[in-house]
Design a protein around this ligand. Structure first.
Ligand SMILES: NC(=O)c1ccc[n+]([C@@H]2O[C@H](COP(=O)([O-])OP(=O)(O)OC[C@H]3O[C@@H](n4cnc5c(N)ncnc54)[C@H](O)[C@@H]3O)[C@@H](O)[C@H]2O)c1
Ligand SMILES: [Fe+2]
Length: 383
């Protein structure tokens, strides 16, 4: 018997050049004045011009907020909320990587709800209503366009999440042409993040469900097949699209069957050392896979077979092949390969382990229990 609940965004549009549909989608949601949430990198890469043109054609006014910061600090989100209020916006679009999408979610919510940020950290504490919300991811990626999660950095350098079904957008718009200019190191980090979403969702201990399982297996295949191709040729629009769809599927999967120890150990690295989210996942991925191997053998075997890597019928062999394939892939990525190379000192590891233990929201999903000593040993292995 299978009993589950599965939620996702009600509308997903995927089209090369689809950014030109933003105007009609906003209009269809009854929006007259859209608040576009993005960051300076997107402005410099001249990526929002097609979207702005389509809003002009549709007669939708727009206010651009381009002050999003990576791993959005609380104060920056508050500034965005105030800017949206004073502009009189009646709809929000997140346009960019996960940092822009996560900021947009909370703007759409906090402009309308009387609640304040500190009251809504955690699961299911946010109350509506919210403004209409559209999400346009330009990394592949966080999958944030289809997750009910927004991750912020608190004034005490903790990464905290607001989790609420209110954060699913009304529409997600995937346009792979927007991702052609993504620099190789960002392509690599965000691609590994998406793979981690698929892996951790497929092996989660909580809320496993057949839809997440199917999506995670399809996601790992798409991402593994295409990550080397987009690194070899960033202009390959079809491989870029496959990465976006893989990231979308992984996002849909982990939105309903949540991530675990890789993310729990990654968050303190992002919170204290401001390393990009995908990089922090990548740094701890292989040690966590090795740690989990004995408890997740048949699941890792499935993932390896889905990637058309370890094809052995023997789960023990196929699972080891899967971990070896991920180790090899991570080693090829064009960025730091260990904590030491990022400037972290060995004396920082106990503090990181202490902080990771606070992320029980995710640790409880891990296929194997993680103690403080385990967390410390995992950081040492990643050092
Ligand atoms: N809500 C969720 O479900 C979820 C899941 C995973 C991660 N996250 C969060 O997402 C954030 C990370 O997001 P991210 O990895 O997408 O990075 P990001 O949004 O921080 O962007 C990284 C950099 O890439 C640039 N960039 C983005 N798209 C580009 C493009 N197409 N061309 C050129 N440059 C581009 C940006 O300007 C920025 O400098 C973290 O805060 C993380 O905690 C959220
Ligand atoms: Fe992630």
């Amino acid at each position: 018997m299978s009993q589950f609940i599965f939620e996702t965004a009600p509308k997903i549009v995927c089209e090369q050049g689809g950014a030109k549909r933003l105007g009609e989608i906003a209009k269809g949601l009854g929006v007259h004045h859209l608040f576009l949430v993005t960051d300076e990198g997107l402005i410099k890469a001249k990526l929002i011009s097609g979207a702005l043109e389509s809003l002009a054609v549709a007669g939708v006014a727009v206010t651009v907020f381009s002050d999003v910061l990576a791993d959005p600090p609380e104060v920056r989100v508050q500034a965005a909320v105030e800017a949206a209020r004073s502009a009189g916006a009646d709809g929000v679009v997140g346009f960019g990587g996960g940092s822009s999408l996560d900021t947009a979610k909370l703007v759409a919510l906090l402009v309308r709800t009387p609640q304040v940020l500190p009251d809504i950290y955690g699961i299911g504490l946010a109350k509506g209503p919210r403004l209409p919300l559209i999400q346009v991811p330009t990394t592949a990626g966080t999958g944030s366009e289809v997750t009910p999660i927004s991750i912020l950095t608190t004034p005490t350098s903790e990464k905290k999440g607001v989790v609420s079904p209110l954060l699913y957008p009304d529409a997600a718009l995937l346009d792979s042409l927007l991702t052609l200019g993504l620099p190789a190191h960002v392509t690599a980090m965000t691609g590994i993040d998406a793979m981690v979403h698929a892996i951790e969702s497929y092996t989660t201990r909580t809320k496993q469900n057949p839809l997440s399982e199917a999506l995670a297996l399809k996601a790992i295949r798409l991402l593994y097949d295409n990550i080397r191709a987009v690194l070899a040729d960033g202009q390959d629009a079809n491989a870029r699209e496959a990465m976006l769809i893989g990231s979308l599927f992984a996002g849909m999967a982990f939105a309903n069957a949540p991530v675990a120890a890789v993310h729990a150990l990654a968050y303190p690295l992002g919170g204290h050392f401001h390393l990009p989210h995908g990089l922090t996942n990548s740094l701890v991925l292989v040690p966590v896979l090795e740690f989990n191997l004995s408890s997740a053998q048949s699941r890792y075997a499935d993932l390896g077979r889905a990637m058309q890597h370890g094809q052995s019928a023997d789960d023990a062999v196929a699972a080891k092949d899967f971990v070896a394939a991920m180790r090899k892939l991570v080693a090829e990525m064009p960025y730091a390969q260990n904590l030491r190379a990022t400037g972290i000192a060995e004396k920082d590891l106990p503090m990181l382990a202490t902080d990771a233990m606070k992320v029980q929201r995710l640790l409880i999903n891990n296929p194997r229990d993680v103690t403080y000593e385990d967390a410390l040993a995992l950081y040492q292995a990643a050092f």
